[in-house]
Design a protein around this ligand. Structure first.
Ligand code: ZN
Length: 300
């Protein structure tokens, strides 16, 4: 893995096919209308009458727990665990929400979750920024370092940070003074998850000279190029009326839903994307994807 002078990965062996990207995105976009697991959790907080502050805190916090394949079960269990609106507004109540023994929550994820609770409530050891019990106070609309501030935090990587921002924008949870940011927040970027990677590899949006990809390099490369594709879409008549946040959300949700429902990690039944040909196998141990000629996904 080679880093260039800007700290970006050198990806001269990877190729981005913009024509494929535009075609695939347009054909899968209707999938964005299917609810994602977080939506049920959010609706339950609404029903219980949670304040925007608590909703924003929990939307951000639970993003840390999102594992790649069992989001549905996670958010359904979290929803069942929600206390009343009066009982939630303390660090202790936040920490009690994801039960460590839910089985699929890793200790590391739970530790990062607890650390972020402490940070939000100013109970952390290095009190660099006072968030006054409200995660949204991390945001400075004039800064381009919002994401960087989040990724400096243990357990929050680029995808998680982008997803936190995107979800807060989707549920329109920015504070009153920053409402305008709900749709056009400067730092909104596409969270590139497992599904986005796999669909992009399978449909030839991205290819590699060696027919294999390094996980981190691929995510970085795809995020940069898909963000540019989104910008290009928004310069056309069909999409110019859709805000950056809204279109980025639609595309993220379309990739997520297609990847969870039809073009899944284990097999691909998708007829919607006729370009879908290769199946790549993810080797978790080395975080590398390989072409699998037998079209069967195996996880290690
Ligand atoms: Zn497929």
């Amino acid at each position: 893995m080679v880093l260039n002078k800007n700290g970006k990965y050198n990806n001269k062996n990877y190729h981005f096919n913009k024509k494929n990207a535009l075609e695939v995105i347009k054909s899968i976009l209707p999938y964005n209308a299917i609810p994602v697991p977080e939506d049920r959790f959010y609706e339950n907080m609404q029903l219980l009458g949670y304040s925007d502050q608590d909703k924003a805190n929990l939307v951000a916090l639970t993003t840390i727990l999102t594992p790649q394949v069992v989001g549905e079960e996670l958010f359904s269990r979290l929803s069942d665990n929600l206390p009343s609106a009066n009982a939630i507004h303390t660090p202790e109540a936040y920490k009690a929400l994801p039960v460590r023994n839910m089985g699929f929550i890793l200790n590391q994820q739970k530790n990062s979750y607890d650390l972020l609770v402490d940070k939000i409530f100013g109970q952390d050891t290095e009190k660099k920024h006072d968030w006054k019990g409200d995660f949204r106070n991390v945001f400075n609309p004039d800064s381009t370092k919002n994401i960087k501030l989040l990724t400096d935090f243990p357990g929050i990587r680029q995808k998680t940070a982008n997803l936190m921002v995107l979800n807060i924008s989707y549920y329109e949870l920015f504070t009153e003074e920053f409402k305008v940011l709900n749709s056009n927040f400067k730092d909104i970027r596409l969270p590139v998850d497992l599904h986005t990677c796999q669909i992009s590899m399978r449909t030839g949006i991205v290819s590699s000279d060696t027919n294999s990809f390094h996980g981190d390099m691929l995510r970085d490369y795809l995020r940069n190029n898909l963000d540019l594709t989104i910008r290009e879409m928004r310069s056309t008549l069909d999409y110019c009326m859709i805000s950056k946040g809204r279109l980025t959300n639609m595309i993220h949700r379309a990739f997520y839903n297609l990847g969870s429902l039809t073009c899944s990690p284990k097999k691909c039944d998708c007829s919607i994307v006729d370009k879908c040909t290769f199946v790549y196998r993810l080797d978790h141990k080395i975080s590398k994807y390989h072409v699998d000629s037998k079209k069967q996904m195996k996880f290690f």
